[in-house]
Ligand binder design. Sequence first.
Ligand SMILES: N[C@@H](CCC(=O)N[C@@H](CS)C(=O)NCC(=O)O)C(=O)O
Length: 196
Amino acid sequence: MKLFYAPASPFVRKVLIAAHEYGVAGRIETVAVAVSPVSGVDAVNDANPLGKIPALVLDNGETLYDSRVIVAYLASLAGVRRMGDWAGDTRIALADGLMDAAVLLRYETFLRPAQYRWAEWSEGQRSKIHRALDALEAAPPPADGSLRLPDFGVAAALGYLDLRFAEDIPWRDGRPQLAAFLAAIAERPSFKLTAA
Ligand SMILES: N[C@@H](CCC(=O)N[C@@H](CS)C(=O)NCC(=O)O)C(=O)O
């Protein structure tokens, strides 16, 4: 299997966390690409018409995207069956939405030319990030060092905030449960080996 990837992408990290947790990382060949909404890569566009990563090309040529589908596929390779876990699926959507807002904020504040930046729009993304973090703090993942599928994205999202917004978004302030969760999994190989 070939994974189009970039080390800093939180969605890619979520998939790689899953690959390590499910013991299938060794079956994945990573292909590094640099994509953004304004600079596509032909090979990625061919694999995923949306031009986004992660995209996983299977050995039979079929391509899977997006990250949620790839994680479910990797879980199935490991024989993990998930059905009817609506709360877990909603948590996955929450973490994905947090990552979407953070990646869009990054594009807006880093990629978009300064004269076109829209402060209110950035503020809107920051608000989504903070509301998502508050919701996660209210129903936190366990801080015992364990990591389960619905929280792969939570781990990747928090790691991304540390990577890109360490000063701008001090997410640990007032959120001791989330901070404890990340500290507890920090040494887990799936988290450690997938850091950018
Ligand atoms: N919903 C997608 C989001 C993936 C995504 O936004 N990836 C970013 C990198 S972090 C990307 O490929 N951006 C390029 C673009 O927006 O054109 C998923 O879960 O895989």
